[in-house]
Design a protein around this ligand. Structure first.
Ligand code: LMR
Length: 396
């Protein structure tokens, strides 16, 4: 059987990590996979996480199975982080959350739930969207189509085109939004634009699905949840997939959640039972450790404050790096105006350079950028920014 297989090319994002590791150029720069890096290029374990891990070690009394829904304390605490305590009080028991193995697990499990309920639905995703949305949802059996999103010329959202397209989406189709820090472009909807999306979603009756993988990396925890909360306040049904990889730095602990908003408490229970059944038939139940850490942090006022302080530090550092990088490009006197980078949010920006230029940066300068030209801003630091700006200026 195995002889029938052809060798697949390396993963477009994770393959860069492996290639970077084996590159012997001392000047190499990793702007590929979306992980936060500190000024020394390390991806740190947050100190709140370290402290919570100690509590976890001390308090853990069993390694017995946790069940398909995962950690109930984590699920409740994360639901509040996403929807906000005030909104939850008025949601009338319509939200059900289950812990998943990372944001990818949440996307895939929700995709399979959609397939079960709406086998012929089309899922509309932004053009462009995160490279792995396609295999995650197509793997669940969904058909994907794109709606206009990124205006590469101006580094903004093609909002009118997007709305015109979404206006045609039929009831029963699904529309995937990036809650904040759009991956790969860094270009987000404004609050006013979210309000228009909410109006349209209410009128058109498509199912909104929000991928909220970077909450806290844009403008703040509450600010970044504006779209999710505005939708939840108006639409009868929606799905949210969240990840604790970035905002808790728990990448390898695979900690995420899927949140289902249903029209009533009864339908919420029924949807939950279906979701749990799908999970049981896939990986049975999620790993416990990462969710226990998050639960402990969110339940302890001091740890929670430490975590929010560290999250703010990460957010502010990325914002500063955006300004630094744009300044350095301006100093190089290149024709292209890179100031759009300072207006974008989260870890990523789209450089808008050609595939050949991305390839030259890798082969001639050992600078690793995800296709088509997405850079992880957090990979920039004082030691590599001049080398990077020189290299980009030379390939432009
Ligand atoms: C990314 O987009 O780089 C991250 O979300 C990591 C991944 O899984 O690709």
């Amino acid at each position: 059987m195995f002889e029938k297989f052809a060798q697949l090319p390396a993963d477009p994002i994770l393959g860069l990590m492996a290639a970077f590791r084996t590159d012997t150029n001392p000047h190499k720069v990793d702007l590929g996979v979306g992980v936060y890096k500190d000024p020394t290029g390390n991806t740190p374990v947050l100190s709140a996480v370290k402290l919570a891990e100690q509590v976890c070690l001390d308090e853990e009394t069993t390694k017995a199975y946790i069940g398909p829904a995962g950690d109930a304390g984590f699920n409740d605490a994360m639901t509040t982080v996403v929807f906000g305590a005030e909104a939850l009080a008025t949601q009338d028991d319509r939200i059900r959350t289950v812990q998943t193995p990372g944001g990818c697990g949440a996307l895939r499990m929700a995709g399979e739930l959609i397939k079960r309920a709406l086998p012929n639905a089309t899922m509309w995703v932004s053009d462009p969207t995160w490279a792995y949305h396609t295999p995650l949802f197509e793997g669940a059996g969904l058909t994907l189509k794109t709606y206009p999103y990124f205006d590469a010329q101006n580094g903004t959202v093609r909002f009118d085109d997007m709305m015109e397209c979404l206006n045609q989406v039929k009831a029963g189709d699904v529309v995937l939004f990036h809650g904040c820090c759009h991956n790969p472009t860094g270009v987000d909807l404004s609050n006013a634009q979210w309000d228009e999306v909410v109006q349209l979603a209410t009128k058109s009756e498509f199912l909104p699905f929000v991928d909220l993988a970077y909450q806290g990396f844009g403008d703040g925890l509450n600010e970044d949840a504006y779209g999710v909360r505005a939708l939840a306040a108006q639409v009868p049904e929606m799905i949210v997939a969240v990840s604790c990889s970035k905002n808790f730095g728990l990448y390898r602990e695979r900690t995420g959640a899927v949140m289902l908003v249903s029209p009533s408490s009864e339908s919420a229970n029924a949807a939950l039972s279906q979701q749990l059944n799908i999970i049981r038939g896939n990986y049975s139940m999620p790993p416990a450790h990462g969710a226990a850490i998050v639960r402990i942090i969110l339940a302890d006022p001091k740890l929670r404050e430490d975590w929010q302080t560290e999250l703010k530090l990460m957010r502010d550092r990325i914002r500063d790096l955006r300004v630094l990088f744009a300044d350095k490009m301006q100093q190089r006197g290149v024709e292209r105006d890179f100031s759009f980078i300072t207006r974008q949010k989260g870890m990523f920006s789209f450089l808008g350079i050609s595939e050949q230029q991305v390839e030259r940066l890798r082969t001639e300068y050992s600078i690793y950028i995800a296709p088509p030209s997405r850079i992880n801003i957090a990979g920039i630091n004082d030691a590599n920014v001049d080398y990077l700006a020189d290299a980009i200026a030379s390939v432009l």
